[in-house]
Design a protein around this ligand. Structure first.
Ligand code: OSB
Ligand code: MG
Length: 369
């Protein structure tokens, strides 16, 4: 494939309500949208890094810089041999920066699939037309505010609720949601690394609430700690931040650090590695689900396609556009009986709305290839 230009565009997307996690509060999603222009097609993707290095060490200003100065030159060196399948290997010498690598691989894969008329879903191996939608519910100022928020999401049709937790906001909100919405509600929690093994006895207080899983209770590099915690609590442990590759997944599963994995393509360098994690987990009988990074319709389209693979057996954080934005960058993803439809058009299968994109763009940088 011959790329002519790569455009990096910084956009600011106001969130419909603040989203608070154990690592901070967001009131807008600032994101870098990447457009890859070839003679035959345009490929689109978004970088999942946040403005601040709080979820992981990556952040948007650093991502723009590493893309421009370190990643794009390595792709240019491939010349016309460049293809999505070669991106990860070409970028391997650069340590880390998985989200920056992912956005390039994804935009190139989108352009490539558009050229051949194949959808992300078909290319990755989707086996479903729709995927069940869960929703990630932020930390609130009060339990009553939380119960109202959960009731609203359930009325919209969401099939699974994930509560963000942190020390001081864990057992009581979980108890309140379980008591109010009953034993059939699919309920899980996400701590984003806010606890240590010294909290094991406290986290075991969540055992009676029949949670589907507890996501990333401890630090990302604490695989041994998660394996130890798994022996001390009944709730299944799911890893998010700890898993950056299929090898990480194999290690964590083998050491007993998790029995479920949250697959975020951005965190693992793209959809091709995400599929390998899906395959490794499936081979071990470990279910996976598709996480999210408050994506716009651009990233959501590809996530929904991935979530249609066979071992994505739990509802993902693949929510409707309205959970995040009043105005998405694409036609909005909408719930149909609690499900999102997997796009079937070429590539990511959704069109970017040029006027909307222009209205939220703060700056654009064009790199001649
Ligand atoms: O840990 O899963 C997470 C959002 C931003 C960063 C990290 C996480 C999240 C979410 C929301 O939980 C997922 C979404 O709705 O996109
Ligand atoms: Mg998480």
């Amino acid at each position: 494939m011959k790329i002519e230009t790569i455009e990096l565009r910084r956009v600011h997307m106001p969130l419909v309500r603040p989203f608070r996690t154990s690592f901070g509060t967001s009131t807008e999603r600032e994101v870098t949208v990447v457009r890859v222009i070839t003679a035959d097609a345009e490929g689109w993707a978004e970088c999942a890094a946040d403005a601040h290095p709080l979820y992981s060490s990556e952040f948007l200003d650093a991502s723009d810089l590493v893309i421009r100065d370190h990643l794009v030159p390595r792709l240019q060196a491939l010349g016309d041999r460049l293809s999505a399948e070669l991106v990860a290997t070409a970028l391997e010498p650069v340590k880390g920066h998985m989200m920056s690598k992912a956005v390039l691989e994804t935009a190139i894969l989108d352009a490539q699939l558009k050229t051949t008329g194949v959808s992300f879903g078909s290319h990755l191996g989707a086996v479903r037309d729709t995927v069940p939608a869960g929703v990630s519910v932020g930390i609130m100022d009060s339990i009553s505010e939380l119960l109202d928020a959960v009731a609203g999401y359930l009325a919209e049709g969401y099939l699974r609720i994930k509560l963000k937790i942190e020390p001081g906001w864990d057992v009581e909100p979980v108890r309140a949601v379980r008591e109010k919405f009953g034993p059939d509600l699919l309920l899980q929690v996400d701590a984003n690394t806010a606890y240590t093994l010294a909290d094991a006895r406290h986290l075991a207080l969540l055992d009676p609430f029949d949670l589907l899983l507890m996501e990333q209770p401890m630090k990302e590099d604490d695989i041994l700690g998660h394996a130890n915690l798994a022996k001390l609590i009944k709730t299944p442990i799911c890893l998010d931040e700890s898993i950056e590759s299929a090898r990480d997944a194999a290690t964590a599963i083998t050491l007993g650090a998790c029995s479920i994995i949250n697959v975020k393509p951005a965190r693992v360098g793209g959809y091709l590695e995400a599929r390998r994690i899906h395959d490794v987990a499936a081979a071990h009988g470990v279910p996976v689900w598709c996480g999210g990074m408050l994506e716009t319709g651009i990233g959501r389209a590809a996530n929904v396609a991935l979530a249609a693979l066979p071992n994505f057996v739990l509802p993902g954080d693949t929510s409707a556009s309205s959970r995040y934005f009043d105005q998405d960058l694409t036609a909005p993803f909408e719930l149909e009986n609690g499900h999102l439809r997997v796009p079937t058009g070429p590539g990511i299968g959704v069109e970017v709305l040029p006027d909307v994109l222009a209205s939220v763009t703060a700056s654009t940088d064009s790199i001649r290839f």
